[in-house]
Design a protein around this ligand. Sequence first.
Ligand code: IPE
Ligand code: IPE
Ligand code: MG
Length: 230
Amino acid sequence: MPEDLKIPTHIAFIMDGNGRWAKRRLMPRKYGHKMGVEALKRVIAVCEKLGIKEVSFYAFSTENWSRPQDEIDALLAMIKKFADEEMKEYVDKNYRIRFMGELHRLPEETQKALENIARAAANNTGIVVNIGINYGGRDEIARAAQKAASAAQPVTVEAISARLDTAGMSDPDVIVRCAGEKRLSNFMLWQCAYAELVFVDDFWPDFNEETIVRILKEYSGRERRFGGLK
Ligand code: IPE
Ligand code: IPE
Ligand code: MG
């Protein structure tokens, strides 16, 4: 590991390119998503090993409901399987599992499985693993603003931050978009204010330790000013 690598507190990933990764192998998109789950497991393990405290992933957007129903079903089935298998193990490993997005649109048994995981992990003190499911940044901000208004609170920056799905987490230091795309696609729109954006061409299913180290090298060379002077 290079000595001068800066380790962010919070890194966030927009997992993309599963479909293209599969297409290149003449395989169905679903296979790309399956291998995407394998990459997710690898990346969580690498981030934990590197001492990163919080890691966020975009798994399913509020716009992804516009995909063909069989792809949606496959994605939801993988989320349920991931909850039943890996996430249970993560809870035992002291990882704090959280979700962002509105889970109520998911099949009831998936929703229950995710809620049980989040509850079981609520007092864990290890790496925070935050997963966006039926997540959209605009939806999250609107819900938070509505909560502040309903509590008859002045709608301030603090009042909104405290009611976001990420309440209590730090803002991401780095947001990674992969598969050659250079957009946020409705991801962490509030939290991205001073995040360093890193764009890589790698498809998500290919992510491994080398990819993460390459991203952190790029991050380590960035000068962050937060609007102040150096
Ligand atoms: C990312 O891969 C996974 C989700 C958005 C759920 P894609 O399915 O978007 O893959 P591409 O972008 O079509 O290659
Ligand atoms: C972003 O990927 C959403 C997730 C990773 C869940 P998309 O593939 O849905 O985004 P666009 O359509 O390329 O912007
Ligand atoms: Mg995509």
